[in-house]
Design a protein around this ligand. Structure first.
Ligand SMILES: *Cc1c(COP(=O)(O)O)cnc(C)c1O
Length: 489
């Protein structure tokens, strides 16, 4: 058999890359909903490679075979598109990465790429670790990063324990993130990045992102934003000049709750004081093909397609859930057993004005129903119960429709007490920093009718009037046949 030669494959790869880039360019012209529905998967690709399958195919295969040794060589040196091994790349994961890159850069000319990971925590590690290398000239030089303290509990632990305590990489804490001077006072020539979560989970901290981006520009360091709570339906930090966005895809994007996933979306040619041109040129490609290849935090193709499928309805879901959350927040605000309601959408919230500057329902001006830009504030809110920790537990235990769980972004309403769940590991001090009191209930509003959520809250709060709620459970599971086993007591 005559060898075709490696050039044969390189030429074919070049033609394909042009075709794909052109297709992505066409998709970039579409509205947000169209991109969410189609992503980067095309009819042409379906007909040529996937038996016409209108839905993105799930490649449940660890690896790919090659036509000959030339193709294998070109593939394994990353010179042609390949998914040699699913820890590194896989077509189904590629479709998820493609749609997220387009959605996070929507409405701008930012060129972004994405690397999907097995969880949001893995995404955070993927996003920050390439910047936390020792100084090449003086490896003994201490390095630091500047990050807000109002963070998801897992992020707090990753920063405080895995980086600061175990690796002696100093976490310089920004406590009042909306005070721009506090950010700037922590930056020096050994600062590797600026990191913030907005709105934060569960505290809904919010800051003037544009000012933090200006600091990143001034000091030549990347700005990394965890935008899980907002999602690209409400805010797209890359378009404003941030360098990297982290998504816990597990949450609002993957609303069905079928799995855990994460993603890093980064602009091409980002800022960094690390001398690594490849990393700066295309951060996600770099992370995917080098550190993540070696560390192995990749997503599974099955979780990719499940997440991808939920993303198709992102904008309309976020709109409905945001509107319901507003209705519920207003209801709770006037309830006699509620001490305080925190929702960025309420005018009484101290960060309402700054949040209103950034949180807009994407494409609302092109929506027949609105025909103008409208603010939406997402599905995350919290409220404090009068009477302390035990009263709070009693109300929480009285919930019947709202699920008691530590979850967020579900299509179903879910509530938790952060002090005893998501933020239990970080101790009293850490909770004080993150402002998590024991009488705080976090509520993530789903897509049920808000009247039914209000009715559930109403009956649960009535325990504080002395009403007894008995949560009974049936003896048998509804799905059981006649041989169902008796529920263990
Ligand atoms: C849940 C969450 C994470 C972590 O994501 P996982 O997918 O659970 O690993 C990070 N940031 C925020 C804001 C989150 O809510």
């Amino acid at each position: 058999m005559n060898s075709k030669g490696i050039n044969h494959y390189l030429e074919a790869a070049k033609r394909s890359a042009e075709w794909h880039q052109n297709h992505i360019k066409q998709m970039k012209k579409c509205r947000f909903d169209t991109i969410s529905v189609h992503g980067i998967y095309s009819m042409q690709e379906a007909l040529d490679f996937n038996q016409g399958s209108i839905i993105e195919p799930v490649y449940m295969s660890t690896s790919q075979s090659y036509r000959d040794s030339d193709e294998m060589e070109a593939a394994l040196s990353y010179q042609i598109p390949t998914w040699c091994y699913s820890r590194i790349a896989n077509p189904t994961i590629y479709y998820l990465e493609g749609v997220l890159a387009l959605l996070e850069s929507y409405g701008s000319d930012v060129e972004a790429s994405c690397v999907a990971t097995a969880s949001g925590m893995a995404a955070i590690q993927t996003a920050v670790d390439p910047f936390l290398l020792p100084d090449t000239r003086d490896p003994s030089k201490p390095i630091n990063f500047v990050a807000t303290t109002k963070l998801y509990g897992g992020t707090f632990q990753q920063f405080a324990i895995r980086k600061d305590q175990e690796r002696h990489i100093e976490w310089r804490k920004v406590v009042n993130s909306n005070e721009i001077d506090e950010w700037e006072s922590k930056i020096d020539e050994n600062t590797r990045f600026l990191y913030g979560e907005m709105p934060s989970n569960p505290g809904q901290a919010f800051f003037d992102l544009q000012k933090v981006i200006n600091l990143g520009e001034k000091y030549g360091i990347p700005v990394i934003i965890d935008s899980t709570v907002a999602t690209p339906a409400l805010m797209r930090p890359l378009a404003m000049g941030a360098d990297i966005v982290v998504q816990s895809v597990s949450k609002t994007l993957f609303t069905s709750g079928f799995g855990i996933a994460g993603a890093v979306i980064a602009r091409k040619n980002l800022r960094s004081n690390i001398d690594n041109p490849d990393m700066k040129a295309d951060f996600c490609w770099y992370a995917k093909t080098l550190p993540n290849r070696d560390n192995g935090p990749n997503l599974s193709p099955m979780n990719s397609i499940l997440a991808l499928n939920d993303i198709r309805t992102l904008r309309t879901r976020v709109d409905v859930q945001s509107r319901s959350t507003m209705t519920i927040a207003k209801y709770l605000s006037q309830h006699k057993h509620v001490e305080q309601v925190d929702y960025l959408g309420l005018e009484s919230h101290p960060l309402h004005d700054i949040a209103s500057k950034y949180l807009w329902l994407v494409d609302s001006e092109h929506d027949e129903q609105y025909q103008k830009r409208v603010n939406r504030f997402g599905h995350l809110m919290s409220f404090n119960i009068k009477g302390g920790a035990s009263a709070t537990r009693n109300v929480f235990d009285g919930l019947q429709r709202i699920w008691r769980a530590t979850d967020l972004g579900r299509i179903k309403s879910v509530a938790t007490i952060p002090a005893i769940s998501t933020h239990s590991q970080q101790g009293e001090e850490g909770r004080k920093l993150a402002q998590i009191p024991p009488n705080l209930i976090r509520l993530c509003v789903g897509a049920e009718h808000p009247d039914d959520i209000i009715a559930d809250l109403d009956q649960a709060l009535s325990v504080l009037d002395g009403k007894k709620i008995i949560n009974t459970a049936p003896e048998y599971s509804a799905g059981g046949s006649s041989s169902a086993t008796l529920r263990r007591k």
